[in-house]
Design a protein around this ligand. Structure first.
Ligand code: 13P
Length: 288
């Protein structure tokens, strides 16, 4: 059964570790993440951007796939299926109607008043369905599946206004970027501490790929309890496919079988990347 994110994130905040949100793109992706998290007894959040939802067919297809895999693979860890960067109240509601127990309403491009109003509407709907809600203030830099932004640091008053809507977790943007960083990330650790304390909410770090390990550890200590990772898994996958093709394995025997193309290097690379993050974030053996 799918869980919401409330308990696992509050536990993470208390225990000073972070739960990874690993973005998924297809069945193999989902299976690789679920298997790795189960092996390491780590609670997990599966993130689906609106682009990935479209790519995989829709909300119902994804709910069916994730629930089916959980059953067949005998997954016992808490699994949260989460809409990443929901761009409208309607889409958040649609995800919940299809069975999602967690959504992000990304009103970061709106003014704070409008962001608060729409977030509140999502929270009210989510509460009726025991679903958790993430909201964003400030803006994450870079490009997440077509959601483009410049870096804008969140302010304390924005955090307090959005927290008052009753959200479960808060993406307070403090210098992180989706995709590749230009130079070293400049994260606002001091602000993280202040905002986490003022709102009493687990903070969400978007743009978790490419942040040096010591900065991740510092961010967790400062209050980040959910860390989103997409790009690094995509790169691990692409690297595995490239190696397979460069070694011309697709031209040997029945090497053209997609299960071999994906299953030889790319699958293992994805699993290794997720395992590294679980260790770094401190989530190993935290599944209750
Ligand atoms: P990266 O692609 O930089 O890992 O960011 C993922 C993310 O924040 C998804 O919301």
């Amino acid at each position: 059964m799918l869980s919401n994110a409330k308990k696992i994130l509050n536990d993470a905040k208390k225990g000073k570790y972070a739960v990874g949100q690993y973005n998924i793109n297809n069945l193999e992706w989902t299976k690789a993440v679920l298997e790795t998290c189960q092996e390491m007894k780590a609670p997990v959040i599966l993130g689906t951007s609106e682009g990935a939802v479209k790519y995989m067919g829709g909300f119902h297809a994804i709910v069916g796939m994730v629930e089916g895999l959980m059953k067949d693979l005998k997954i016992t860890i808490p699994v949260v299926l989460h809409l990443d960067h929901g761009q409208s109240v309607e889409n958040c509601k649609k995800a919940i109607d299809a069975g999602y127990k967690s959504v992000m309403f990304d009103g970061s491009s709106l003014n704070i008043k409008e962001n608060v109003l729409k977030t509140k509407e999502v929270v009210e709907y989510a509460n009726k369905h025991q679903a958790s809600v993430e909201a964003e203030v400030g803006t994450v830099g870079g490009n997440e599946d077509g959601v483009v932004g410049g870096i804008n640091y969140a302010s304390l008053s924005e955090c307090e206004s959005i927290a008052a809507t009753g959200i479960t977790m808060l993406a307070a943007s403090l210098g992180s970027v989706h995709g590749h960083y230009v130079g070293k990330p400049k994260l606002g650790f001091k602000e993280m501490e202040i905002y986490a304390k003022a709102t009493n909410l687990p903070l969400v770090l978007h743009g978790g790929s490419g942040i040096p390990n010591e900065q991740i550890t510092k961010a967790i200590a400062a209050g980040e309890a959910k860390i989103n990772v997409n790009t690094e898994i995509q790169e691990a996958f692409a690297k595995g496919i490239r190696r397979y093709i460069e070694e011309k394995l697709d031209q040997k025997g029945m090497g053209y079988d997609p299960r071999k193309i994906i299953g030889t290097y790319a699958y293992k690379n994805m699993k290794d990347t997720v395992a590294e993050k679980i260790t770094l974030f401190g989530t190993k053996n935290k599944a209750k």
